[in-house]
Design a protein around this ligand. Structure first.
Ligand SMILES: Nc1ccn([C@@H]2O[C@H](COP(=O)(O)O)[C@@H](O)[C@H]2O)c(=O)n1
Ligand SMILES: C[C@@]1(CO)OP(=O)(O)OP(=O)(O)OC[C@H]1O
Length: 162
C-alpha cells in the first residue's frame, strides 16, 4: 500500500452581508467570510491538503481568483473537482483531521453535519472525518473576530503493489 500525507491552511476575513459557510454548511451568524468564491475556509483547507498529498500545488493554481468562472463559486464543487484528481491517481481517503480557528460562533452544534457533508464529498465514512474547533483565547485576528482560519491534515491510501 502507498500512503501520502498532505496539509492545508487557509484564512478568510469576516465581513457583514455575507453568509457564513463552513464545511459546506451554512451557519447562522451576523457575519460571513469574504472571498472570490463562497470563501468556505474549511473546504479550501481540505482541498489544499488533498492537492498537497498528490503533489498538485494548491487551489489557487487550479481555480485562480482572477478567473470569473470562480466568482462566488461553491467550494464543494471545487473540492469535488480536486477529489476527481485524487481518484485518478488511484487514491482513496485514509483519514482527515481538521481544525477551525474561530472565536465565534460556537462550532460544536454544527460539527456533525459538517462531517457528514465532507464525508459525502470525499466518498468516505463519517468515522474517517474529524472536525475540531478552537478559539485563540481572544488573541490575534481570529481572537478579535476579524477572520476565521482552518487547517487540515489528510492521509490518502492506494492499495496494491507499488
Ligand atoms: N468557535 C469555537 C471554538 C471552540 N469550540 C469548542 O470549545 C472548546 C474550547 O475551546 P478553547 O478555544 O477554549 O479551547 C473547543 O474544544 C471546541 O469544542 C467551538 O465549538 N467553537
Ligand atoms: C477559492 C478561490 C477561487 O478563485 O478564491 P477565494 O475564495 O478568494 O479563496 P482563496 O482561499 O483565496 O483561494 C483562491 C481561489 O482558488
Amino acid at each position: 500500500m502507498t500512503v501520502r500525507v498532505g496539509q492545508g491552511f487557509d484564512v478568510h476575513r469576516l465581513v457583514e452581508g455575507r453568509p457564513l459557510i463552513l464545511g459546506g454548511v451554512t451557519i447562522p451568524y451576523e457575519k460571513g467570510l469574504l472571498g472570490h468564491s463562497d470563501a468556505d475556509v474549511l473546504l479550501h483547507t481540505i482541498s489544499d491538503a488533498a492537492l498537497g498529498a498528490i503533489g498538485e500545488g494548491d487551489i489557487g493554481k487550479h481555480f485562480p481568483d482572477t478567473d470569473p468562472r470562480f466568482k462566488d463559486a461553491d467550494s464543494a464543487k471545487l473540492l469535488e473537482h480536486v477529489w476527481v484528481l485524487v481518484k485518478e491517481r488511484g487514491f482513496t481517503l485514509g483519514n482527515l483531521d481538521c481544525t477551525i480557528i474561530a472565536e465565534r460562533p460556537k462550532m460544536a452544534p454544527h460539527i456533525g453535519v459538517m462531517r457528514e457533508r465532507i464525508a459525502g464529498l470525499l466518498e468516505a465514512e463519517i468515522s474517517q472525518i474529524n472536525v475540531k474547533a478552537t478559539t485563540t483565547e481572544k488573541l490575534g485576528f481570529t481572537g478579535r473576530g476579524e477572520g476565521i482560519a482552518a487547517q487540515a491534515v489528510i492521509l490518502l491510501e492506494r492499495h496494491g503493489e507499488n
